[in-house]
Ligand binder design. Sequence first.
Ligand SMILES: *[C@@H]1O[C@H](CO)[C@@H](O)[C@H](O)[C@H]1NC(C)=O
Ligand SMILES: *[C@@H]1O[C@H](CO)[C@@H](O)[C@H](O)[C@H]1NC(C)=O
Ligand SMILES: *[C@@H]1O[C@H](CO)[C@@H](O)[C@H](O)[C@H]1NC(C)=O
Ligand SMILES: *[C@@H]1O[C@H](CO)[C@@H](O)[C@H](O)[C@H]1NC(C)=O
Ligand SMILES: *[C@@H]1O[C@H](CO)[C@@H](O)[C@H](O)[C@H]1NC(C)=O
Ligand SMILES: *[C@@H]1O[C@H](CO)[C@@H](O)[C@H](O)[C@H]1NC(C)=O
Ligand SMILES: *[C@@H]1O[C@H](CO)[C@@H](O)[C@H](O)[C@H]1NC(C)=O
Ligand SMILES: *[C@@H]1O[C@H](CO)[C@@H](O)[C@H](O)[C@H]1NC(C)=O
Ligand SMILES: *[C@@H]1O[C@H](CO)[C@@H](O)[C@H](O)[C@H]1NC(C)=O
Ligand SMILES: *[C@@H]1O[C@H](CO)[C@@H](O)[C@H](O)[C@H]1NC(C)=O
Ligand SMILES: *[C@@H]1O[C@H](CO)[C@@H](O)[C@H](O)[C@H]1NC(C)=O
Ligand SMILES: *[C@@H]1O[C@H](CO)[C@@H](O)[C@H](O)[C@H]1NC(C)=O
Length: 800
Amino acid sequence: MKKNYVFYAVLVILFLKDCSACFQKDQENSNIVTTGSTFYEECCCEEPGYTVKNLQWRDPHDRVIVGPGTDSKVFTEEQTNCLSLHIPVSTKNLAGQYRCVTKFENKQYKEVYNLDVYDPVYFYETRNNQNLVLNNNSQITCKAKGASTPLMRWYKGKDGQTEIFNDTAKYEITHEGLLIKNVNSEDEGTYKCSASVLSTGEEVEIYIEAKVMTPPLITQMVASPEAKLASGETLMIQCLAEGWPEPKREFKKVGDSNPAGNKTVNWIQSNDTIRFKNIKPEDAGTYECTAFNDAGISKKQLNIVVLTRPEIIGFSNKSAVEGAMLPIICNATGLPPPKVTITYEGRSLDEERYTDYEEEIINFSTLHVNRSSEGIYICNATNIVDTTTELMYLAVLHQPYFDNTYELVWAWNGETVNISCEQESNPPANFSWNYIKDDYATVKSQALVNIIPDYETELEHSFTFSNEFAPFGKHECWAKNEYGEANKVYYIRKGFTPSIVENASSIDETATSASFHIEPPTNYDGPNVIGFIAEYDQADNYDITNIHPNRTWATGIPFKLDKLRPNTTYYIKFAAINRVGTGEWSGLMSFNTMDKSAPEPPIWQVDALELSSSKVLKWKAPENNGEPIDFYVLRYCPMDEELDESLCKEHKLKETTELEVPDLQYNTTYYLELIAHNARGNSAPANMSLTVPGEILSAPSSLLSAGAVIGISIVVVLVCLVLLDVLLYLWKKQGIIASCCCKKSKKRKPNPLNARDKKGLLKDNGKSGTDDTLKRPDNGHKEYEYNKTTGIITGKHSSV
Ligand SMILES: *[C@@H]1O[C@H](CO)[C@@H](O)[C@H](O)[C@H]1NC(C)=O
Ligand SMILES: *[C@@H]1O[C@H](CO)[C@@H](O)[C@H](O)[C@H]1NC(C)=O
Ligand SMILES: *[C@@H]1O[C@H](CO)[C@@H](O)[C@H](O)[C@H]1NC(C)=O
Ligand SMILES: *[C@@H]1O[C@H](CO)[C@@H](O)[C@H](O)[C@H]1NC(C)=O
Ligand SMILES: *[C@@H]1O[C@H](CO)[C@@H](O)[C@H](O)[C@H]1NC(C)=O
Ligand SMILES: *[C@@H]1O[C@H](CO)[C@@H](O)[C@H](O)[C@H]1NC(C)=O
Ligand SMILES: *[C@@H]1O[C@H](CO)[C@@H](O)[C@H](O)[C@H]1NC(C)=O
Ligand SMILES: *[C@@H]1O[C@H](CO)[C@@H](O)[C@H](O)[C@H]1NC(C)=O
Ligand SMILES: *[C@@H]1O[C@H](CO)[C@@H](O)[C@H](O)[C@H]1NC(C)=O
Ligand SMILES: *[C@@H]1O[C@H](CO)[C@@H](O)[C@H](O)[C@H]1NC(C)=O
Ligand SMILES: *[C@@H]1O[C@H](CO)[C@@H](O)[C@H](O)[C@H]1NC(C)=O
Ligand SMILES: *[C@@H]1O[C@H](CO)[C@@H](O)[C@H](O)[C@H]1NC(C)=O
């Protein structure tokens, strides 16, 4: 190259020295071309005698440009008269001063071309669709470059007809674009941005579609079904947001460092919603939704409360020594914190014993353990989600306890005595029996062990006393465990029959009856008196016979004799009975029955309610005082403020103690009067007034149907009975028909049961259906009959 250079230089000098010139004037031009375009310029020889050889093109570095060559971006080309300069593709680094040079008479002339290469005006970073931010200053970006800073002009509208001026109030045109102040919805639309370069005369334009963008605004975070929910439920949290472009949502739990990262979340997000299929307690907390678009971001939080069912911790079986102070605490978790109650349920769940210790757990925390604390405790933890209960058994360790440490037991020949060393103890106690004989014993203390196998170690013994075997005396059992010991004494003593009845007197006599007060004897060794026997008779009979009627009473019922003869002297003696037998007779005492007289007043037995449905007036026959009651006179009068005698009705009734009164009006008060009559006259009237209540409305229909059924049944049974009776009569001359026909003539005896209770002793016991003094099942008393031979008193109805 250096050789070439030298060669060219020599050539140039040679040419210059040749003094040749093609033009004789200097000339200067400016040429501006855009990058990439072709630059072409001719330099021609005008002077005669000169050829192209006298022309030279020089580049900005003053180098001679030669013809087209290998990699030359600039080259010359010879034409007939001109030497043309070619730049096929202009680039910026080719810019500069190009000169066409010629020489004349040692003078050099040149045509100068200042080549300037510029890029064409163009837009950059300018999009066709742009967004504006509502209520904010927002720019439509339009940037252009060109040969010089392009002049930007803006137009609005589809056709770009309205020019926008730089008025600073609404629009500000900058190099960057158009700043629209306080964007409102009207600013949306098509804009035309035009960039022009004055130097090159270029102008380009671009249409930009501007949309008004609104920043996101989260209007609501909705939890469905609710922000407060129970563990295990399904939860959806929706993040409702406004804004354009449609904001995207991101959720995170506040406090989670890396929500989108590797921490696995318990939810699935789709669009604006996250969904928990099965919410867990640890999912409780604050959730934040972030809504974002190009216009901005918005955040909102929502607190989720996960409620959990109560769970009871550490309420487990315990055992404690009696006397200890035992904490009984029921700890429960759950949200909301559960209400906890501890209740004592007794020894077993079947036991109906409830003690409420609600809210008194603190007191429980220092439970002073004793035997009665043993049993089941239930802790109930309840909150709005659920209720949980836990059962705890408190076992109390304690020394043996006997229910009763001393028992006196009576025994006699034939009696069986059971003794037991049963005690309450935890853990079970060891025990042992010990015997100390007393005066009546036939068994020596040491000998019992031989007679009864395992006497000392058996829990229970049963001794049947006889002449040969009578272990009277002290049977003592000692029970012992690690917490202490206790003993129980059975004192088996020989039991005797009661001593003589010393205190008995007649307290009430009527014409046919007498009542007594008998004081049980106490001055004896033996079981308690359970009854009395009396032997009595008319005084006259004691001259005739030794056999007299007797009568037994159990204690607790009135000691009363009836069916006695009026106006008669009787003798009577008593003996007390206990389980051993009957004691000795007392001495005879006497009493007199009263003379015959008019009956006692009858005793009403009406119940207003019952009456209103049955309309039957009932009463109880009074003591007849020696003569049978032959009739009753019943009078009833409706009462309206005052008694109107004319409305009264009167019935005379024989041999009955009830009357059906169908004309009884509901809701009416009646005055009732009843008189009993016997051969001695009228009794005092028994009177009363009562109000028949209104008919019970609901009753009739059901009563009717039930009554109908019963009625039909009765009719059927009766028909059957009558048929049977007819058959019996025809065949064997027996049965009711037979007795009615054949025994009609026999006079019917007055009901002896109606002839008692002279002084109305039973008036207060009006409930009992019959007038038998002794039959008082309501009071729970039993009537006993004493069997003399066996000494056993059996519950049997006895009337002499
Ligand atoms: C428009 O006005 C602002 C302020 O008045 C000015 O800074 C800016 O250069 C102006 N733009 C044009 C293109 O004139
Ligand atoms: C979670 O990702 C972080 C880094 O991104 C990593 O250090 C960490 O060990 C990851 N934890 C788990 C449990 O993968
Ligand atoms: C939610 O996604 C569905 C498709 O998965 C789409 O059609 C819908 O437009 C989206 N809604 C929102 C609010 O993004
Ligand atoms: C609205 O303009 C204010 C100040 O002019 C700016 O702080 C805020 O970020 C803008 N908002 C948006 C969404 O560009
Ligand atoms: C009950 O819970 C409290 C507090 O959590 C704790 O201090 C106590 O030890 C618990 N009691 C029992 C018996 O577990
Ligand atoms: C519980 O204890 C407190 C004091 O410790 C006492 O005032 C309260 O009466 C007790 N409640 C019961 C039911 O014993
Ligand atoms: C056990 O304690 C309860 C209550 O403190 C008391 O009523 C009861 O008498 C006690 N029982 C015994 C056997 O001490
Ligand atoms: C627990 O207590 C709640 C109310 O306090 C009651 O409704 C529930 O029946 C109780 N549960 C049991 C098993 O006693
Ligand atoms: C607690 O005690 C009860 C009664 O003794 C028994 O049935 C139950 O199995 C015990 N429970 C536990 C967990 O030991
Ligand atoms: C009681 O009388 C009956 C007969 O009525 C007689 O068999 C019985 O022996 C008498 N009882 C006494 C203790 O006299
Ligand atoms: C009662 O008996 C006595 C003697 O037995 C007799 O004198 C008297 O007349 C009797 N009274 C009547 C009313 O019968
Ligand atoms: C019974 O009488 C009372 C008032 O005396 C009246 O209110 C009621 O309706 C009457 N009932 C019938 C069933 O007549």
